[in-house]
Design a binder for this molecule. Structure first.
Ligand code: PMP
Length: 409
């Protein structure tokens, strides 16, 4: 039986207990960033009040405490995604930096003229542009894996695209624009069948799904702390150890070296080889607190609750005349993307905001799929486990008013 209780869990998030424009806040912009539980906020405060010092360098008590907590967070993240070893967890600034790291480091050392990189047509710009940049330098190409208009990745088309020149298949686990959950297990297998690597962008998956990188057998998995109840400024790159070992450093500087001399420099071991400079120590420790928080929840119960919310919201959307859902693939999580006939998404978003309902409007950094659908963008309500049916009810009350104002006047 589920022990998950959204009403109780909400109490852990102080920011949700506020009014916006005179109405209790309904936060439905979780795909942009999730809110932070008290435990995460407290970890940041505690760090700066008690432990602040630089990691791995100092010979004093504070530095030792900071280093211990910083490295404990790595162990926690490794545990959360079932990485075999903590050294496979590289701290970055976020998903974008993780993909840039792989594209630049692996790409520069491995790509040859004529090589092919495949990305899904519904990727976030973060999982398109870094590949285009390295492909341009190396004479490789970046090609879209077709996606149907309902937001389903076309596996047959992918099969048809695969050949020995494909070196990397990079795909989102969950689409931030449409909510599609991609069949990443199959995509990894298919990539491997032609000797290509597979990078999964897990930015939108971590808050909704339980991820096991060993079961998935992906080569790289990247995500952002701020989309999984941790702070901004921190992200994670997981990679297979032998791949990370073989990759050259991404940035040079302190921490990433073993010895430096003008005769030549040798690099540090994993994970430090990829962690030049002073990291966001408080952020990493607070991500550790977010992992503890997630693991204290009934995750299956939370997933069921989110799925019920999505079904509830979708039923309401279908029952409301003038609302068109965008992205209705069979497997989805966390996102209701839609249009209101005869209106611009931006105007709808503004009118929702005035009623205390926070959504996002626009192309959601996924311009290619919006172009394919022939729309400039959508209104996106994105949920997570602290949302309730009451939030969805408020969304649709606000939409009804927005519609009266925009369409029926
Ligand atoms: N990929 C996906 C699927 C995302 O949703 C996002 C954030 N919207 C990113 C990548 C980029 O993440 P970040 O801005 O934290 O680097």
């Amino acid at each position: 039986r589920s022990t998950f209780n959204a009403e109780l869990v909400r109490q852990d998030f102080p920011i949700l207990q506020q009014d916006v424009h005179g109405k209790p806040l309904v936060y439905l912009d979780n795909a942009a960033t999730t809110q932070k539980p008290e435990a995460v906020i407290q970890a940041i405060v505690d760090y700066y009040r008690k432990d602040n010092s630089n990691v791995h360098r100092g010979a004093h008590a504070l530095a030792e405490r900071a280093t211990d907590k910083f490295e404990q967070a790595r162990v926690k993240v490794a545990g959360l995604i079932n990485a075999a070893e903590p050294r496979q967890i590289i701290w970055t600034r976020g998903t974008s930096e993780g993909i840039n790291l792989v594209a630049a480091s692996w790409g520069r050392s491995q790509l040859r003229e004529g090589d092919r990189i495949l990305v899904s047509a519904m990727e976030h710009h973060s999982n398109i542009v870094p590949w285009q940049m390295i492909a341009a330098q190396m004479g490789a190409t970046v090609e879209p894996i077709p996606v149907s208009n309902d937001g389903t990745l076309d596996l047959d088309a992918l099969q048809g695209m695969l050949d020995a020149r494909v070196r990397m298949v990079a795909c989102g686990h969950v689409s931030n624009a449409l909510g599609s959950v991609n069949p990443v297990e199959q995509i990894v297998l298919m990539a491997h069948s032609v000797g290509a690597l597979c990078l999964i962008d897990g930015a939108q998956a971590m808050s909704h799904l339980q991820v096991d990188v060993q079961a998935l057998d992906c080569d790289f998995y990247v995500f952002s702390a701020h989309k999984m109840f941790g702070p901004t400024g921190v992200g994670v790159l997981y990679g297979k150890a032998e791949l990370l070992e073989a990759m050259p450093p991404y940035q040079g500087g302190g921490e990433m070296i073993e010895t430096v001399s003008f005769a030549g420099t040798t690099y540090n071991q994993l994970p430090y080889k990829f962690e030049a400079g002073t990291p966001d120590i408080a952020g990493v420790i607070a991500l550790g607190a977010a992992v503890d928080y997630l693991q204290s929840l009934d995750r299956e119960g939370a997933e069921r609750h989110e799925q019920e919310l999505l079904e509830y919201a979708e039923a309401k959307a279908r029952a409301m005349p003038g609302i068109t859902l965008v992205g209705t693939s069979a497997k989805r999580t966390g996102v209701l993307s839609f249009l209101m006939d005869g209106t611009h998404p931006h105007d709808v978003g503004m009118l929702l905001d005035q009623q205390g309902v926070a959504v996002r409007t626009g192309n959601h950094c996924a311009q290619p799929i919006m172009d394919q659908l022939g729309i400039p963008g959508t209104v996106r309500a994105s949920f997570c486990f602290y949302n309730t049916r009451a939030d969805i009810d408020r969304l649709f009350e606000a939409l009804t008013k927005a519609k009266q104002f925009l369409v029926e006047e």
